[in-house]
Design a protein around this ligand. Structure first.
Ligand code: SIN
Ligand code: MN
Length: 207
C-alpha cells in the first residue's frame, strides 16, 4: 500500500453515524443535492453531490471542475461543515489549518461509482484528504502515482475513515461499485461519502 494511506475501520459508532446523518439531512434541505456534469461533454455524474464549508467542489459542461463559494443552483453560500466532522479532522488529519471543503457524494443507485482519479483541483496539495463513509459498503480502489500501476481494493463500510496524506495524497483512487443492501443506515439504501479538503495554501506567517 502506498505510504501515507491510513485506514480507521468503524471510527464512528452506529449512534454517532445516526446523529451525523440527521444533521446532514437537515443541512441538505437548504443545501440540496445537485447532479454535477462532466466537463465538455455535459454527461451527468452517476453520483449526486452537495458541499459544506467556505468552498465547494462543483463541475459542469461549460466551466468544468472547480471550487466555488456558492451552490450552483440556489446560488447561496454553502452551509458550515458539521462540528463533528471538524473534530474528526482535528483529531486525525495532523494538519494545522481547518478544511475549507467538505464534499458530500451520494451513491444513490446501482450505477453510482467514481472513476479512477486524483484530487488535484486544490492549490494546497500538502494537506491530507479525509474521507468518511456512511451507509452501504464501497469497493474502494487505491493505486499509486500513475493511472496504470498496481492497485489495492478496500471495502469501506459505514463509519470507516480513510486519510490520504503524504505520498498517498497524490494517489489514483476511485469507487468501483457499491454493495447495495449491506447497511441499513440510509432509509433508501446507498452510500454517502464525505471528503474534507484544504483548498488554499496555509497562510504564511511572516514577522
Ligand atoms: C472521492 O474520491 O471523491 C470519493 C471517494 C469515495 O467515495 O470513497
Ligand atoms: Mn477523490
Amino acid at each position: 500500500m502506498i505510504p501515507g494511506f491510513k485506514y480507521f475501520p468503524e471510527y464512528l459508532n452506529k449512534d454517532e453515524q445516526k446523529s451525523l446523518l440527521e444533521k446532514l439531512r437537515n443541512k441538505i434541505q437548504q443545501n440540496p443535492l445537485f447532479e454535477p456534469q462532466m466537463p465538455s461533454t455535459g454527461k451527468p455524474f452517476s453520483v449526486k453531490m452537495t458541499n459544506f464549508g467556505s468552498l465547494g467542489w462543483v463541475s459542469d459542461k461549460n466551466q468544468g471542475y472547480r471550487y466555488q463559494a456558492t451552490h450552483p443552483s440556489t446560488k447561496s453560500p454553502w452551509l458550515p461543515i458539521p462540528d463533528i466532522l471538524l473534530k474528526l479532522w482535528n483529531d486525525l488529519a495532523d494538519y494545522p489549518e481547518e478544511p475549507e471543503c467538505c464534499l458530500l457524494n451520494y451513491y444513490h443507485n446501482e450505477k453510482s461509482k467514481m472513476g479512477l482519479h486524483r484530487d488535484e483541483d486544490e492549490e494546497d496539495q500538502i494537506a491530507p484528504v479525509f474521507s468518511l463513509s456512511l451507509g452501504d459498503t464501497a469497493m474502494f480502489k487505491i493505486g499509486g502515482l500513475t493511472r496504470k500501476g498496481p492497485s489495492n481494493f478496500i471495502k469501506l463500510a459505514s463509519g470507516d475513515v480513510v486519510i490520504l496524506g503524504g505520498k498517498a495524497r497524490k494517489a489514483y483512487h476511485g469507487v468501483d461499485r457499491i454493495l447495495h443492501g449491506s447497511s441499513q443506515l440510509l432509509k433508501h439504501g446507498g452510500r454517502i461519502n464525505l471528503t474534507m479538503r484544504r483548498v488554499t495554501p496555509p497562510k504564511i506567517h511572516t514577522l
